[in-house]
Design a protein around this ligand. Structure first.
Ligand SMILES: [Zn+2]
Length: 128
């Protein structure tokens, strides 16, 4: 199923087409100096990750959606469980979690963006 293929690629930093080569150079997203370092091509199927110049600018929309989803989760928590919490502390906790998760959000948004354009096809090993 396509959703599970995308989640696998996103979670394990794997090429969307073959699920073998790594997309990011380092597996740890919290290695901040190398946050944006991607391999140019898949080591297994030779897929070019940056399909055109500025290809990953589109990932900003995905990042916006992920962050909005995170805000919705916090809002639901606030109106259901944390409704006795002071608003300032709630805002600080929400902002802190957002900052702490930003490397993951950045990485997942790029992986999702790439997966939107490249379907899983392990038999294909030509760059198209
Ligand atoms: Zn590949």
């Amino acid at each position: 199923m396509r959703v599970f293929q995308i989640l696998y690629s996103m979670w394990f930093n794997k090429c969307p087409r073959c699920h073998k080569g790594n997309v990011f150079v380092y597996k740890n997203p919290y290695r901040l100096k190398a946050l944006f370092k991607l391999h140019e091509h898949c080591s297994s199927c030779n897929l070019q990750y940056e399909r055109e110049p500025s290809f990953f600018y589109g990932a900003m929309y995905v990042s916006y959606a992920l962050t909005s989803g995170w805000f919705i989760v916090w809002y639901v928590l606030y109106i259901t469980v944390l409704n006795t919490m002071d608003t300032l502390w709630f805002a600080l906790a929400m902002a802190s979690s957002l900052i702490a998760l930003s490397p993951l959000t950045l990485r997942w948004s790029r992986m999702l963006w790439l997966n939107f354009f490249v379907p899983y096809n392990p038999l294909k090993n030509q760059n198209t």
